[in-house]
Ligand binder design. Structure first.
Ligand code: GLC
Length: 557
């Protein structure tokens, strides 16, 4: 019993909430809520919920109603600081640093640059607004009741999506969202112009698959936070979503529901052996599909996409939950796999050769706990652990509640390896020697335990904190935040740290990296007020657990 309320009752209410969340258009008929509080409009704290006893308020509490989260909120003191009125001095410093990075377009704030590092001689493209980097900035602004910059950003990137995109003589898909953009001032005409990069200037010339997903996820976060349904409902946003979805739902030669990607198409934006079906992209894909489902209108065009999304979600969740999941038992099964099995009775469907299992995994795998591995394709399992994919899997409920708990168990059991002295490694372990040569193409920036190759990225603090709150383990987030507070400000907010324990400021790391700053602020605000979680969390969709696809006749054994 929680505050006199039967937990089971809450749980069943959450499924009503989910059902309603899917039918976003119905929200239109409801009276608009006046936004007075600086937090998610429909995500009130559990204490408010239980005190008021007004069950209708549960409506869209999709992140707050799960049993796990219930526990988390009850365990979590209202404030993470010993004295809530005396916030950590780093908070004010971080806000100041974040505000310095704001970019204006014709007088309006439209985003934040990647890094404000004046000491660095090489600006490279860190003076641009990256879509993925802006995400934690956007959350910070939303949580602080400043949605304007987020709305402007969503509209500007949507406008850029409409540009014709070419690399040499090749035209990119219509829906591609930029990796980054820049505002250029024209002093003669006294006006601002936008310059965007869709991959045609990026190192490696790779288009960012993640940008469109972040954009959809942000649109939902904005809508949840402000209650402004008009933006997502506008013809422009509906079209923008459909264009992104058309790119990733198109039919082809695929036999898997996962999305085929090139190396370097996401946060890890250079060759690191993540080509194929990287977990990071699959998790973002899943989350974006679920977010789109809550926002797409049920008109003729929207309906067609809704049907395709629902089918894909079933297949995708089944595939990832089964084939990407690794724990002690599963590892043992793979270790004993027979190979060269033909036909639908095969246990080792992708013909993974047990000899390809790397040695490190046998010691690394704890008896309890598990995680989604980096990649699965024919005869290839990339056993590396990636932070973003696993955290987003928890937030989007791609991971079942049991899997989410196991991911956190593993993190606790392998804290030294995955966190060490600074949260959190982007990937574990690092590639070394011959493997580094072959996989990265001898990349001098991605040497072992540096940058994307086992480097530590403070930006992941917000993802970790959100996952901790969702799984009812705020104490882990607090531990991680304490570590960050020991060093981040003293070290001038580096982009990444190097070394097995993440002790050294990254060799080529920028200082005052915006998403390191914003990630810290978001983590602090979420721990302070866990109801913010609703912006970036989706409750489990029970329907997805039902057997998804009818077997075709050719499958009968
Ligand atoms: C690096 C990161 C990428 C980020 C960019 C800007 O290229 O790998 O994820 O978006 O810097 O900070």
């Amino acid at each position: 019993m929680v505050g006199g309320m039967d937990l089971r009752k809450v749980d069943s209410l959450s499924s009503i909430a989910e059902a309603e969340d899917l039918d976003f258009s119905r929200l239109l008929d409801r009276p608009r809520l006046k936004i007075e509080r600086k937090r998610s409009f429909d995500e009130r704290s559990v204490s408010e919920l239980t005190v008021s006893g007004n069950l209708r308020q549960v409506d869209s509490y999709d992140s707050m109603c799960s049993l796990g989260t219930m526990r988390s909120v009850l365990d979590t003191p209202v404030s993470s600081d010993p004295n809530p009125f005396d916030p950590h001095p780093m908070v004010a410093e971080a806000w100041e640093a974040l505000r310095r990075t704001i970019v204006f377009f014709r007088g309006q704030p439209v985003g934040t640059i990647a890094a404000y590092d004046h000491a660095s001689e090489e600006v490279l493209n860190y003076d641009q607004v990256f879509v993925r980097d802006f995400f934690p900035s956007a959350l910070a602004f939303l949580m602080n009741g400043e949605p304007e910059i987020v709305k402007n950003f969503l509209m500007k990137t949507l406008y850029l999506q409409g540009w014709e995109k070419r690399i040499d003589r090749f035209k990119l898909g219509e829906g591609v969202m930029p990796a980054s953009f820049k505002v250029k001032h024209d002093p003669t005409r006294k006006t601002d112009n936008l310059i965007a990069d869709f991959g045609e200037s990026a190192i490696g010339r790779v288009a960012p698959v993640d940008s469109g997903f972040w954009w959809i996820i942000l649109l939902r976060a904005y809508t949840k936070s402000t209650g402004d349904l008009a933006l997502a409902d506008s013809a422009e946003c509906q079209k923008g979503m459909r264009l992104i979805l058309a790119l990733c739902l198109s039919e082809g030669f695929d036999t898997f529901p996962t999305l085929l990607c090139t190396d370097g198409c996401s946060m890890i934006d250079r060759r690191m052996g993540i080509y194929g079906y990287p977990m990071e992209i699959q998790a973002l894909f899943f989350m974006a599909l679920r977010c789109a489902l809550t926002m797409l209108k049920q008109d003729t065009e929207g309906k067609e996409f809704i049907d395709r999304i629902v089918k894909r979600l079933h297949a995708l969740s089944y595939h990832i939950r089964n084939y990407f999941w690794l724990d002690f038992q599963k590892l043992n099964v793979i270790y004993r796999y027979k190979t060269e099995e033909y036909s639908h009775t095969a246990v080792n469907k992708f013909n993974v050769i047990p000899d390809s299992i790397p040695d490190w995994i046998f010691d690394f795998m704890p008896t309890g706990g598990g995680y989604f591995i980096g990649n699965v394709s024919p005869a290839r399992m990339d056993f590396r652990w990636f932070s973003l994919g696993n955290c987003i899997a928890i937030l989007s409920s791609l991971a079942t509640p049991e899997q989410s708990a196991a991911i956190m168990d593993l993190l606790e059991a392998r804290w030294e390896e995955l966190v060490g002295e600074m949260p959190l490694k982007v990937a574990y372990p690092a590639l070394e020697s011959h493997e580094w040569r072959i996989v990265t193409g001898c990349d001098p920036k991605n040497t072992r335990w540096s940058y994307h190759n086992g480097g530590t990225w403070p930006v992941t603090l917000w993802l970790l904190t959100a996952a901790c709150i969702k799984t009812g383990r705020p104490q882990i987030a607090r531990r991680a935040i304490d570590l960050a507070e020991n060093r981040l400000s003293k070290d001038s907010w580096p982009e990444y740290y190097d070394g097995k324990l993440g002790r050294y400021i990254g060799k080529q790391a920028r200082k005052f990296q915006t998403w390191s700053i914003a990630g810290y602020l978001v983590a602090k605000m979420m721990l302070e007020d866990p109801s913010h979680l609703g912006m970036i969390s989706l409750e489990e969709d029970k329907a997805m657990l039902r057997p998804p696809i009818k077997r075709s006749a050719s499958w009968t054994i």
